[in-house]
Design a protein around this ligand. Structure first.
Ligand SMILES: Nc1ncnc2c1ncn2[C@@H]1O[C@H](COP(=O)(O)OP(=O)(O)OP(=O)(O)O)[C@@H](O)[C@H]1O
Length: 301
């Protein structure tokens, strides 16, 4: 049974439709990504999940609870880290985690949480003096302090440098490994591809597709592409006759071959049989970027 079930969610701000029609289900223990460009309706969707906004239409069920009706109960089981949540600059890390812990009946132990999130050396540092990555760690700690079964993390790595971003990804995986289901809102393709078990691509308030990252890629382009420079003249028919090959084109001295699974093996053996060496050989796989463009008709950024 899914831990989150969203059906036909619709939300307007006055005349502005933020979420047109969004449905998805999140399974226990997965990292579920909500990926889409700015303004797609991602934050509004997760705010409805967390009971912070009322939907105009549709149903939302989280751990069998109605986020609006059962808000108090849900807060005990769902941790939320929303975009740009900021603490007072003067507050120390330990004070913040202890303060948030005091809101719950059965919180995680603040000291242990601080250690687990790699903040032990900063426990007495004031929030305003932390690096961007450390501040994000604190906001993850605050989302986890109630010992939730589900954590919603919105745009967690925006503004972080690549190293801090990778560290944060590792941290999110650790959290998942502890059994917490994670809903991760992002507009970073690489983050979605690397972290998420499954993804909903949202564009203009609608779900365009839901699948694993590799499933999304395969859905729009099951193709492989191989480029190389043959060491000797090569008759294109040798390649075209292979069942794995779909197209053969040439650009300058380069041969570009597209085809299905097993393309590379088929090519290398036919070249070897004909004593041709493939120089500068490169295999290009479609990426989630390609899938996004194919599914939405535009790039993410
Ligand atoms: N409180 C609000 N009042 C009016 N319009 C809003 C409000 N919040 C969001 N919107 C609009 O609703 C649409 C969806 O916003 P939302 O924040 O849900 O998208 P998003 O995908 O999370 O984008 P971003 O990554 O930029 O936050 C946008 O056009 C936004 O301008």
């Amino acid at each position: 049974m899914p831990v989150i079930d969203v059906r036909n969610l619709h939300k307007r701000y006055g005349a502005k439709v933020a979420v047109e029609d969004v449905s998805f289900a999140v399974e226990e223990g997965e990292i579920f990504g909500v990926l889409g460009p700015n303004g797609a309706g991602k934050t509004t969707t997760v705010e409805c999940l967390a009971g912070l906004r009322a939907a105009d239409r549709g149903t939302v069920s989280v751990l069998g609870l109605d986020p609006r009706r059962d808000r108090a109960e849900l807060t005990r089981r769902l941790g939320v880290q929303l975009q740009a949540s900021r603490l007072p600059d003067k507050m120390k890390v330990r004070e913040a985690v202890e303060l948030y812990a005091s809101f719950y009946d059965r919180p995680a132990a603040p000291g242990r949480l601080i250690e687990e999130l790699g903040l032990a050396d900063q426990r007495d540092t004031r929030f305003g003096r932390l690096s961007g990555g450390q501040q994000q760690r604190v906001s993850i700690a605050l989302a986890l302090v109630g010992d939730p079964r589900i954590a919603v993390l919105d745009e967690l790595t925006t503004g972080l440098d690549p190293q801090a971003r990778r560290d944060t990804w590792r941290l999110i995986e650790d959290v998942r490994d502890r059994g917490v289901t994670i809903v991760l809102v992002t507009h970073f393709m690489e983050e979605a591809e690397r972290l998420c078990d499954r993804l909903a691509i949202i564009d203009a308030g609608r779900v365009v597709a839901i699948d694993t990252p590799s499933g999304l890629v395969a859905r729009v382009s099951p193709e492989q592409r191989v480029r190389f420079r043959p060491s000797a003249p090569l008759d294109d028919h040798l390649l075209r006759d292979l069942p794995e090959v779909r197209t053969v084109t040439r650009t300058g001295g380069q041969v570009v071959v597209t085809g299905t699974d097993g393309l590379l093996q088929a090519l290398t053996s036919v070249l070897a049989r004909n004593h041709i060496i493939a120089a500068d050989l490169r295999v290009e796989q479609s990426s989630l970027d390609d899938a996004f463009v194919a599914l939405t008709g535009r790039t993410l950024d």
